[in-house]
Write a protein of this length. Sequence first.
Length: 139
Amino acid sequence: MIIEDIKISRRIRQEIGDISELKRSIQEVGLINPIIVNEKNELLSGFRRLEACRQLGWIEVEVKIINTSSDDVKKLDLEYHENIGRLDLVDEDRDNYNSTRDSLLRPPKATRSILVWLKNIFEGIKSFFKSLARFFSKK
């Protein structure tokens, strides 16, 4: 849906806060959760995501349409419940993410030990042929 076609009315959340991390996330992996609108293109949830996409210069976003049949209570409830169930990651969770990601990006230790093993075999073969050459040169 074209961002400019999404109608934004009064929101429960008055401050969008710092969305720089959200923008980085969307820029890196895309919009994971679509913006939620009703059949009249009225925003129900995803105001911060929508604003982040707008600031990134996006013209269109993925949306999910939920029929609210002009039920203002249902619209309000959807916005409210979208926001109360979230729980930010604590520092330990972020550390776990970073260490797991780092270990996935580094070559596994098994690969390194195989390379060391192959190098030792090569050195052993080289040493054997040097010894063989010395043996035959003495005759």
